[in-house]
Every structure is written in C-alpha cells, then in structure tokens.
Design a protein around this ligand. Structure first.
Ligand code: VNL
Length: 390
C-alpha cells in the first residue's frame, strides 16, 4: 500500500513536470472536467458542460497560441470515482487544469491530487466553504452556502419570518447553510425552532414536512442541492403548508431556474437568496441567456452554467497573462485577483482565499409572459465567503 501511494505520487509529480515542458512540442491546452453526467446530479453536469461549451464557442479555441480542448469525464454522481478519474486526467491525459465538480465530496476527493501534481482546479458547483482550504491549487467560481444563507438569515426576521424551521440536505454544504442561516437569523432577533436534515441519497421529504407542519413556524428555510428543489416544492404544496400560513424560503438551489417552469404556480412568491438569476437585468446576461437557450434547445441556464462560463473566462485570462507558457503555479497566480462582469453581475477571485466574491440577491418567484422567474428585488454587494476558518 505504502509503495503504491509512492508510485502514484511520483507519477503525479512527473505529470506536473511534463505539462510544464509540454509547450514546445504539444500546442494543446487541456481542461479536464469531472462532472456528474448521469445519476441523481446529472442536471448539474449538463448545465456545467453547456456553460463551458458556450464560452468556448463564443471565444474560440485558440488562446495565446494554445489550442484549448475540453475533456469530460462522468463521475456518475459517485464522489468515490473522482480520485481515479482525476488520476487518469493528470497522468494519462496530462491536463493543464481540472474543472467542474458537482458536489462537495467529489471536490474534496480530488483536492490532494491537485496539490501533488500542481494542477489548478476550478470549482464550478460544489459550495462548502472549506473546499478552497483543501488545496492551494483550488479556485472557485460558483458560490458558498455560507455566502448565500447568511444573507437570507439577515433578511427573513426583518420581513415577518421570525420563528423558522430549517431543512437541509445532510452533508457538508447543508451544515454550512444551517449554521450561517441560524447565526444571522438569531443576530437579527429571529429563532430557529428546529433544524432538520434529510439524506442526500433518495430523499423522502414527506416525514420532515409533516413535522414542519405540526410545528407551525412562520417560515421553512430550505437548502437542497440543485435538482432536488422541485420535489420539495411539490410536497410542500401537497401538504397544504402554504395554506397553513407557512412561508417557503431558502437558498436559490430550491427555486433553480432549470426546474422553475416545472413547479408551476405553487412556486409563486417563494423568496430565495442567490448569486444568479436568469432574469438578472443586465445587457450581458440577456446576451448570455439568449445564446444559451439557442445552443441548448431551449434548456434554461442556471447558476452552475454561469459558474462554468465564468470559470472558462478565468482559465482563458490566465492563459493570456502567462502567454500560453505557464505551468500550474503561474496559471494559478494569474487566476488570483481576476475581476470582471459576469452574467450574474460583478465578480472577482479573492487573491487570499481563491474564493468567489460576488453580489448576493434576494429574489421572488414571479410569472412573466407565461414563464416563471426569480425576480431580484434587493442586492447585497461584493459578499466574501464568511465561512473561512479564522
Ligand atoms: C453543492 C452545493 C451541490 C449546492 C449543489 O448542487 C448545490 C455541494 C449539485 O457543495 O455539494 O446546488
């Protein structure tokens, strides 16, 4: 076992050296995506791949003399598979950058390999604060649940939701959401009367929602990962919880733009905090949304598509800054501190933490022209991740 580990470490180190010297012979610049393309998180994989491909189609595949190539590996929504896929991408494919990562356990499994091989790793979905601390080669363009939930915790008690039950998926980003929502709600005079956690695999929300109904809070605060929101909303309505006077609030994954049209009128009025809405009123976003819909047979872009689109920009800019010659360390240095306008609004990469700094919006589901949107009504500007170890 010891020996195998050593061999792996050596192979990874050699791969790092090889990619640093590859410039002269091999003109290709490879971005290795690890994504859930099948299984319960398949919508996340689909969104990220489409967002990255749109950026590539719009900006061309030649940057600073290098030919950019996307390699996509499917982790089948099983985080345990990530390590093997990352190893293949680093050692066999000799990728220059790793990217994607649907859920937190997938990102954490790969982090040590990014460090050993000095390969920058761009996180386009996974949103637990600690991820960027798992490797100095990690940069994040998505969000953190601490960033999103703290804003909702500030807003809710000032807007009629003082007694609240929280319901989160039982894994790391859920714990961040639960903690930061509660901390901020409490600071603003509210109270979390019960904290419920529902399994990641095959969640059955019914028994939890029944419990919430019995507790009769002012509001139910929900975090579930992208793709699970529609089931929560459906069961919330089936139990008549809206009619019982319980408001539904949460992080924007609950009212995912990708799923919102399937939820129907029942989602009207749901308030969430988030970093992206496809209804964000900017010229750049309108252009992005139109192009995305056109390139994907009408599939609506969500926050993960935008994180992938922006992640590609961060990689392209780093390639330009390093004139196409940079190895992992130079690319990483060129990623830190980047600031630009995203379809979500202004964003930057904090040079200290390598995490995303961005506006967090409060939004309400509304119907416009026969479709459902998260309409932004308030903005918290330039929010840093409050969830870093102090
Ligand atoms: C995570 C967080 C995944 C938020 C998500 O969707 C999400 C994660 C797949 O950190 O695992 O919406």
């Amino acid at each position: 076992m010891q020996k195998r580990h050593f061999l792996h470490a050596t192979a990874l180190a050699m791969a790092a050296l090889a990619s640093g010297h590859a410039g002269a012979q091999d003109n290709r610049f490879k971005i290795g995506f690890i994504l859930p393309m099948t299984g319960p998180q398949a919508s996340t994989g689909r969104q990220i791949e489409a967002g990255a491909k749109l950026f590539l189609a719009e900006h061309g595949d030649t940057v600073a003399g290098r030919k950019v190539e996307m390699i996509v590996k499917d982790d089948t929504s099983l985080p345990d598979v990530n390590k093997r896929l990352a190893q293949q991408l680093i050692v066999s494919d000799q990728v220059n950058v790793l990217a994607g990562f649907g859920i937190t356990p997938a990102a954490l499994a790969t982090a040590p390999l990014a460090t050993q091989s000095k390969t920058p790793m761009v996180i386009m979905s996974a949103a637990t604060s600690s991820i960027t601390e798992a490797s100095p080669y990690i940069v994040r363009t998505s969000m953190t649940l601490a960033q999103i939930s703290s804003v909702m915790g500030d807003w809710a008690p000032r807007n009629g939701a003082k007694r609240v039950v929280s319901l989160v998926t039982d894994y790391a980003p859920g714990y961040d959401a639960e903690k930061f929502f509660k901390e901020h709600l409490t600071q603003n005079g509210g109270e979390v009367i019960e904290s419920l956690r529902v399994p990641l695999r095959n969640p059955d929300f019914a028994p939890y929602l029944q419990k919430v109904r019995d507790l009769k809070p002012d509001a139910l605060f929900v975090f579930v990962p992208s793709g699970a929101g529609a089931a929560v909303v459906k069961q919330f309505l089936e139990r008549g919880m809206d009619k019982a006077g319980i408001r539904l609030i949460g992080t924007g994954d609950l009212a995912d733009d990708d799923q919102l049209n399937d939820m129907g009128d029942g989602a009207l009025g749901v308030v969430t905090s988030f970093n992206y809405s496809m209804a964000h009123p900017s010229a750049l976003n309108k252009k992005f949304v139109d192009a995305f819909l056109k390139a994907n047979k009408g599939m609506r872009p969500n926050f993960q598509a935008v994180a992938a689109y922006d992640g590609m920009r961060v990689i392209y800019e780093a390639l330009k800054t390093t004139k196409g010659q940079g190895g992992g360390d130079a690319l990483l240095a060129a990623m830190k501190g980047q600031a630009f306008e995203s379809p979500r609004g202004p964003m930057s990469i904090d040079p200290q933490t390598r995490d995303v700094v961005q506006n967090i919006y409060l939004r309400k589901v509304e119907k416009q022209g026969g479709e459902y949107y998260n309409v932004e009504f308030d903005t918290r500007k330039d929010v840093k991740d409050p969830g870093k170890a102090k």
